[in-house]
Design a protein around this ligand. Structure first.
Ligand SMILES: NC(=O)c1ccc[n+]([C@@H]2O[C@H](COP(=O)([O-])OP(=O)(O)OC[C@H]3O[C@@H](n4cnc5c(N)ncnc54)[C@H](O)[C@@H]3O)[C@@H](O)[C@H]2O)c1
Length: 268
């Protein structure tokens, strides 16, 4: 179902690790829709992941970058403009990582060095990406910057731990930077709040299988898949959503507006 809605557009896609990654699906769909883009990930993830396969499939080049390093980001953004032949029309920030979650630290006994790493990788990196593109004047007018988030920013999901704080900051950065980028350059900035999805990052959360099952039963449409999320990202990169900015967009099958469901009560 390709309609060339991103034809002629250039972008950067962060965070494709393997075929389960949401960013992987976005890259596949963006290529189908006629976009050209660079792929990037942290150097260590390059060695573990399968990004080369994706690059070959999408006819893309890979520029490694640790999203916490401004120097790496400058190299990535300038390199992307050079390789793609002009300024950018879209950026996907699809990055999340908490050492506290990885090491199963309880929320009431967090390691604060880890906490700062969580925030740096999962939230501050979004600001660093946009500050870099702004300083390099890398985004075209009406271009679209997106990050992926989760509803634990608004409601407590105990095992999501310090990622909840990181996501709250990420969403706030989208609003604050969205104001400045919109006023200065007509660049729009949004977050998409996605259903729980089976990926490397998602599966790191304790009790993930129960969690995904709960969300599915609590969503009138069921959980949104990574492919569904990719389609929404493509819509947000397209000119069809030109006036949407500074929003946290719920992409969750109705979960966020639902109090209780028949399925949850076992009456379905
Ligand atoms: N899977 C879910 O249930 C779910 C739900 C809502 C939102 N999200 C969000 O979607 C985004 C993508 O996650 P995913 O589920 O596709 O998992 P994923 O593990 O496939 O992707 C996370 C990516 O972050 C990258 N990353 C980590 N540290 C980095 C760094 N320092 N620099 C650059 N990249 C770095 C990883 O290498 C990986 O590619 C994340 O922001 C995640 O929080 C996921």
């Amino acid at each position: 179902m390709a309609n060339d809605i991103l034809k002629g557009k250039r972008g950067i896609i962060f965070g494709a690790l393997d075929e389960h990654s949401i960013a992987w699906k976005v890259a596949e769909r963006a290529a189908e829709e006629g976009a050209i883009f660079t792929l990037t990930n942290a150097p260590i993830a390059m060695r573990m992941g399968k990004i080369n396969d994706l690059a070959a499939k999408c006819n893309s080049e890979i520029i490694p970058a640790d999203a916490t390093s401004v120097e790496d980001l400058e190299n990535l953004v300038q390199g992307s403009m050079d390789k793609l032949g002009g300024k950018l029309d879209f950026v996907l920030h699809s990055i999340g990582m908490s050492p506290n979650v990885r090491k199963s630290k309880p929320y009431t006994d967090l390691n604060y060095d880890f906490f700062q790493k969580t925030v740096d990788v999962s939230a501050l990196s979004f600001h660093k990406v946009m500050q870099t593109t702004m300083k390099l004047d890398a985004m075209n007018e009406w271009s679209s910057v997106l990050a992926l988030t989760y509803i634990a920013a608004q409601r407590t999901f105990p095992d999501y731990s310090d990622m909840a704080e990181a996501k709250a900051m990420l969403e706030s950065i989208a609003r604050s930077f969205g104001y400045h980028y919109g006023s200065a350059k007509h660049v729009r900035v949004n977050t998409i709040s996605q259903s729980p999805t089976r990926t490397t990052a998602g599966s790191g959360v304790k009790g993930f299988d129960d969690f995904i099952d709960f969300a599915d039963k609590m969503s009138p449409l069921g959980n949104a898949s990574a492919e569904d999320c990719a389609n929404y990202c493509i819509a947000m990169f397209s000119d069809l959503t030109k006036m949407v900015t500074m929003q946290n967009l719920m992409h969750d099958g109705g979960f966020s507006s639902t109090g209780i469901t028949a399925k949850m009560l076992g009456k379905d």
